[in-house]
Design a protein around this ligand. Structure first.
Ligand code: FRU
Length: 497
């Protein structure tokens, strides 16, 4: 009888167990149903619906780019985390894939498959991730069961590390037996190395180093760097070490910011000579992938900047940043530029050789869009500031000014971005290194994302939520003097799904 009933439900295009129509269970359908939401980014990676946080397991495999991410299929809130999965052939267009990792009811990852990374273990794609269960967070491992990386076999011996380091002592809290999670794994001269993020009892955050010959048996080596808790936070999450040849970069996420340290890493110790933030806005827990042609591409999670009820109403939460190409400048500093592949998305173009502004002038651009790239070179001449206002309604009620000031600051002012009280309204800003040369700006606006690259070095990403359909204008103005905007281009950008 049951078989018959299940058979009937299945042929009736209903899910045999839940009885829900099968078609609404597909990611394509979910995505389509959220398609009318003007806040939904169209060329940034988003979850099909529900919740997304950190990028995970980035790997180029069998000719395709795989981006996994922290995903809660049950709703737009952080709970019972799975690994969502998207694939791309060109780093620009993406397709949803079925959920890749699911918490096992009787496993060490029962409460969540948290962040981790992917490596090629002699031809076997392998992920290391943190399993959460009760008050414990412990490293787990899984290997791909197919070349499309859709099915994963968890190691029966998970968790692969059970004892927390005692030298120094890992921070315990009311909630956790040890703040100890997230993984960065690489191989050097036949030995595997792993960093795990942690907090130190009485100290600050730390990136802890382990060594292994087989990815399963790990020997603790000690911290490669510990932070000063007053300035770099008490817990470091998602540490990642990137090798630029002569110099190395370590970035960590400390609940607030993504802090990077530049310097040299040798014999288990990181010696930093520079430090800054990877992005000065809504950007967290980034992870990187090496391309076949030797470039480093980094994605970060762009958390929402509206309250929980706003996320519930929307039915989705979280987006990925654009892929950013990281490299070193001649002066040893960090360069960050949007991956060149993104120019693929450029559609209709509006272009000016030069726009000259006198004090108090406002120039309205003949573009209406909530999904575009703007590139310009800004010279302040004797102006105190230039304002590039995006997502602007004709009467100016809603607008998001990006201000560049003579004090070498770039700010995104969200005080008038939205009339929705659920949206955050503070100003986010960054100092850009003073140059005699003009400021080069690349601005990517996409639904509720404003992602700014300045001088190919500094990034500032803000989430904003205009409510008005006509908040699609762009204008330029100068304050307190003259300014010149040269090589100004605006391109409409296509959707990537
Ligand atoms: C960072 C983080 C990680 C953790 C994951 C859980 O945003 O808190 O430390 O592994 O998210 O989703």
């Amino acid at each position: 009888l049951i078989e018959n009933a299940l058979g009937f439900l299945a042929t009736a295009d209903r899910h045999p167990l839940t009885g829900r129509p099968k078609d609404v269970d597909t990611f394509g359908q979910l995505r389509e149903r959220l398609g009318d939401d003007p806040s939904r980014p169209s060329y940034h990676v988003t979850p099909p619906a529900n919740w997304l946080n950190d990028p995970n397991g980035l790997i180029h495999w069998n000719g395709r780019y795989h981006l996994f991410y922290q995903y809660n299929p049950a709703g737009p809130f952080h709970n019972t985390i799975h690994w969502g999965h998207a694939v791309s052939d060109d780093l620009v267009h993406w397709e949803d894939r079925p959920v890749a990792l699911t918490p096992s009811p009787d496993g060490p990852d029962r409460d969540g498959c948290w962040s981790g990374c992917a490596v090629d273990d002699g031809g076997v794609p392998t992920v290391l991730y943190t399993g959460g269960r009760d008050k414990r967070q412990l490293p787990c491992i899984a290997t791909a069961a197919d070349d499309d990386l859709t099915a994963w076999d968890k190691d029966p011996d998970n968790p692969i590390i059970e004892e927390l380091p005692t030298e120094p002592e890992v921070l315990r809290t009311e909630d956790w037996e040890g703040e100890f999670r997230d993984h960065c794994v690489w191989r050097e001269d036949g030995t595997w190395y792993q960093l795990i993020g942690a907090g130190i009892e009485g100290g600050g955050g730390a990136a802890l180093l382990y060594e292994s010959s087989d990815l399963r048996n790990w020997e603790y080596q000690g911290p490669i760097l510990t932070g000063d808790r007053d300035t770099a936070g008490t817990v470091w999450e998602c540490p990642e070490l990137l090798d630029f040849g002569d110099r190395q970069l370590l970035h960590i996420s400390n609940y607030e910011d993504v802090v990077y340290f530049l310097g040299t890493y040798e014999d288990g110790e990181f010696d930093a000579d520079r430090r800054d933030k990877l992005d000065h806005g809504d950007f967290y827990a980034p992870q990187s992938m090496w391309t076949d042609d030797g470039r480093i591409l980094t994605w970060g999670w762009l958390p929402e900047a509206r309250d929980v009820s706003g996320q519930w109403n929307a039915g989705w939460s979280g987006a990925m940043s654009l892929p950013r190409e990281l490299s070193l400048a001649d002066d040893g500093g960090l360069c960050q530029r949007p991956a060149p592949e993104l120019t693929e998305l450029r559609g209709d173009n509006t272009s000016y050789d030069v726009v000259r502004l006198d004090a108090g002038d406002t120039e309205q651009l003949p573009v209406e869009s909530r999904s575009f790239e703007l590139r310009a070179t800004v010279r302040l001449e004797d102006a105190e500031a230039v304002e590039l206002s995006v997502l602007e309604s004709p009467d100016g009620e809603e607008r998001t000014p990006i201000r560049y000031t003579y004090e070498s600051e770039v700010a995104i002012d969200r005080s008038a971005s939205s009339t929705d009280p659920q949206a955050t309204g503070d100003t986010q800003w960054m100092r850009v290194r003073p140059y005699d040369a003009p400021l080069s700006l690349r601005v990517f606006v996409d639904g509720s994302v404003v992602e700014v690259f300045a001088n190919e070095r500094h990034c500032l990403t803000s989430r904003v939520y205009p409510t008005r359909d006509d908040a699609t204008g762009i204008s330029l103005s100068a304050d307190g003097g003259r300014a010149t905007i040269a090589s100004l281009d605006v391109w409409d950008l296509d959707s990537v799904w």
